[in-house]
Write a protein that binds this ligand. Structure first.
Ligand code: ACO
Length: 384
């Protein structure tokens, strides 16, 4: 038998390239590119639907293609009432809003007769369905289960971000809030083989369906080391009184060898380029809402002290969580909001994976015992 040469890779697959992708790339120097376009350029100049098309289809849409894509997204906004009836039964249970997204997504599959299809065109249609309906599920799941409110029907005259905020709050957002929210949706949309995307690709690599793969991605995003950090970072910041308190908190946290939430990244060692955009957004917010100046100063102090002490930069979650806070959005929604955008990336990665598939199946470096004798000889088969 041919001898197999196993390749040992670092724990956590750190710095390991596992496959090709043409969707997005992040570089340690502080660059993030979606399909050839730099993140700052897209955030400043594009909008959710246009960047979503780019990520999904690999090129920017022309006017007709964009119009068609937007109409398809709008047509998919409705969610069966039965799903909301199930949500009513979930009030008071041990769930967070991101669990409700996962439950809602899995229920959606039951209403899709072609959930299993892996043809390219069917997958693009499934992606559009999921992106659009997940927004309705998120807003109304939150209203029903956590706020004891009636669901709100989507509006078809509003853009994706605007309509989401409308369903969540029951009123059409002002231009300032919806534009800022839309920019954060671009910042969160994709990020090469991050943990939730890789999870989605692993499920896709078994040729399981797109709903199951994205549901697994949601589960991975929930963790505090990944998407959960935007909620944790905001909660942490709200406990800090001023810049001196920030210095004290960081020094105590580092002394205890604990993590400061919203700092550090597997790829970015100097700068997470999304934070540069997020900081510009925060500066704009301060022009309208100066009451957040103290929070801003505290955040800058966090960056200064973390860099001075450990040379660790802030990541996207450190800035976007507080931006959502200034938009008067409830903290338990921040990770689900991240998911509302990253779902575009998950769908694109799922499609890329199944198009050129090889099952993802690594090997464990087994360090357990061998050769033990099971003590209870029951001999089931000889007695049958
Ligand atoms: N606070 C304090 N120390 C930190 C932090 C932090 N936030 N992040 C990294 N470090 C330290 C580690 O303790 C470690 O120190 P050591 O070498 O002395 O043991 C060193 O920096 C390397 O950190 P690792 O955790 O080994 O780096 P890894 O690439 O495995 O993890 C991660 C990256 C998970 C993001 C980590 O930085 C972290 O836990 N950060 C806090 C949670 C967070 O903000 N997550 C969001 C990430 S962005 C996103 O998912 C969208």
């Amino acid at each position: 038998m041919e001898r197999i040469e196993y390749v040992r890779v670092p724990k956590g697959l750190e710095n390991v390239i596992v496959d090709k992708s043409s969707i997005s790339v992040s570089d340690p120097e502080g660059e993030l590119i979606y399909r050839g376009y730099e993140i700052g350029d897209l955030a400043e100049n594009s909008f959710f639907e246009e960047t979503a098309y780019l990520i999904l289809k690999g090129k920017l849409p022309n006017e007709d293609e964009l119009g068609d894509f937007i109409s398809k997204l709008k047509r998919e906004r409705d969610v069966p009432d039965e799903i909301f009836e199930i949500f009513i039964k979930l009030k008071g249970k041990y769930l967070t809003p991101i669990d409700v997204q996962r439950i809602g997504l899995e229920l959606l599959m039951a209403y899709d007769e072609k959930w299993y299809s892996q043809s390219y065109d069917d997958l693009i249609l499934r992606a559009i369905k999921i992106i659009s309906k997940l927004a309705t599920i998120t807003a109304n799941g939150y209203r029903i289960i956590f706020k004891n409110k009636e669901p709100i029907k989507p509006r078809y005259d509003l853009g994706h971000s605007e309509n989401f905020l409308y369903m969540l709050k029951g009123e059409v957002p002002d231009n300032f809030s919806s534009r800022i929210f839309d920019i954060t949706m671009i910042l969160y949309m994709d990020h090469d083989f991050n943990a939730s995307t890789f999870t989605t690709r692993c499920v896709g690599s078994t040729l399981s369906d797109i709903y199951s793969a994205i549901s697994a991605g949601l589960g991975a995003l929930k963790g505090p080391l990944h998407g959960g950090a935007n909620e944790k970072a905001t909660e942490m910041l709200l406990k800090i009184k001023d810049e001196n308190d920030a210095e004290r908190y960081i020094m105590e946290t580092l002394a205890k060898k604990e993590k400061v939430m919203g700092f550090g990244h597997r790829v970015y060692k100097k700068l997470d380029p999304r934070t540069a955009v997020a900081k510009k957004i925060f500066a704009k917010i301060l022009e309208k809402k100066p009451q957040y100046l103290n929070m801003y100063k505290i955040m800058l102090k966090f960056e200064e002290v973390m860099w001075r002490e450990r040379k660790i930069p802030a990541n996207v979650d450190f800035w976007i969580g507080p931006i959502y806070y200034t938009l008067d959005l409830d903290i338990p929604l921040y990770t689900p909001l991240f998911a509302l955008s990253r779902v575009v990336g998950w769908a694109a990665h799922y499609i890329e994976q199944v198009q050129e598939n090889k099952i993802i199946r690594p090997k464990a470096d087994y360090v357990g015992p061998r050769g033990l004798n099971f003590p209870y000889k029951r001999n089931w088969l000889s007695k049958l």
